[in-house]
Design a protein around this ligand. Structure first.
Ligand code: OSB
Ligand code: MG
Length: 371
């Protein structure tokens, strides 16, 4: 599949509600849409890096640099056979997983459109609907948080994740648990604690949580092992698992009992599938995380989560939880059983709306092979 051009579009989109985590508060989300042209077909991918390096070191700025100056020259004008071929070509670029994953997604979209197969079929996913939940940011008070949870529960979400940080942990979580004794509930600290400050998390161990996500540093699998030893509740790693090797380290160290799979963080869908396969063979449950994706990235997450090993609900919510206006014509809606349908059209199965794209574009560059 000869790659004729690569367009980078830096987007900034208003969120329906501000999203606050332990690393910051955003009212708008940024990302880079990757558009690949090949043989008259167009493939789309979403690079999920945001403006600031709060979740991980990558930003829209670093991703733009890596995509334009290093990844594009390795693939433009080249015959790239598939995702594995792409990964071999960019293997000399250390890290920058979110940048790589954006291009890999566009390659999958092209492969699907060429073969007239959906991404779900290409990845070997069996489900046509996937179980989903909603991730709720920090709110101004525990009362407001309970209110927000009640709103999402009334919309049909059966699994809720709340963000926590030091000072806003046991109080917030026990308020939600008291109001919703039977809700599937989990928390995410986004690396806000250390072993020393983790005593504040101890009360969470008695709140019947599905999991506690990434309490400690993003590069620290070993201390998670020590913390897991002290908890009945499953720890789940997100930030720490940046390659399939890291998933193996976590499994072999008993550092967690659940893994969150995000294709962006892992450098692409192919590595998301690799972690899924590894975890399945080692009895480690996984679920699909989210990065507040547009309709493009959401379609990709739904296809990935259709694989049989995703045994817990994903952070894949309906379009109206994120964006009043999205860049895709298709909008994803929540079914009555807290599932979302997996797209079935070829590739990602979504169409990009040029006028919406234009409304959110901060910058764009079209790259072609250097002659
Ligand atoms: O840690 O899971 C996270 C959003 C941005 C960055 C990191 C995370 C999140 C979420 C939102 O929790 C999940 C979603 O897309 O709904
Ligand atoms: Mg997380």
């Amino acid at each position: 599949m000869k790659l004729d051009s690569l367009t980078l579009t830096h987007l900034r989109m208003p969120l329906v509600t501000a999203f606050e985590t332990s690393f910051g508060r955003i009212t708008h989300r940024e990302c880079i849409l990757v558009t690949l042209k090949s043989d008259g077909l167009t493939g789309y991918g979403e690079c999920v890096a945001d403006r600031d390096p709060g979740y991980c070191y990558e930003t829209t700025g670093t991703a733009w640099h890596i995509l334009r100056d290093f990844i594009a020259p390795l693939i433009l004008g080249q015959d790239v056979a598939d995702a594995d071929d792409f990964q071999r070509r960019v293997d000399g670029i250390r890290g920058h997983q979110l940048a790589k994953a954006g291009v890999e997604m566009a390659i999958w979209d092209l492969l699907g459109k060429r073969a007239d197969k959906s991404l779900r079929e290409l990845l070997g996913g069996e489900r046509t609907q996937v179980d989903v939940g909603v991730s709720i940011g920090l709110q101004a008070s525990p009362e407001k948080l309970v209110h927000a949870v009640a709103d999402y529960v009334s919309q049909g979400y059966r699994r809720v994740k709340i963000k926590i940080k030091p000072g806003r942990d046991a109080g917030d979580t026990s308020a939600v648990r008291a109001a919703f004794p039977n809700l599937l509930l989990q928390v995410d600290a986004n690396s806000a604690y250390t072993l020393k400050s983790s005593a504040a998390l101890k009360p969470l161990d008695d709140l019947d949580l599905l999991l506690i996500e990434q309490p400690l540093h993003e590069d620290d699998i070993w201390d998670h092992r020590k913390l897991q030893d002290e908890f009945k509740t499953a720890l789940c790693l997100d930030e720490s698992i940046v390659t399939p090797r890291h998933a193996r380290y976590a499994i072999e160290m008993d550092a967690c009992r659940i893994i969150n799979i995000k294709p962006g963080r892992l450098g692409g869908l192919s590595q998301g599938v690799a972690v899924h396969n590894l975890c399945k063979s080692r009895g480690m449950p996984v679920w699909c995380g989210g990065m507040l994706e547009t309709g493009v990235g959401r379609a990709s997450n739904l296809a990935l989560a259709s694989l049989q090993g995703f045994s817990l609900p994903g952070d894949i919510s309906a379009s109206n939880r994120y964006y009043m206006r999205d860049i895709t014509t298709e909008r994803f809606t929540l079914n009555a059983d807290s599932t979302i349908n997996v797209p079935s059209a070829p590739g990602l199965g979504v169409t990009v709306d040029p006028s919406a794209l234009q409304a959110f574009t901060l910058a764009e560059t079209v790259l072609a092979p250097q002659s």
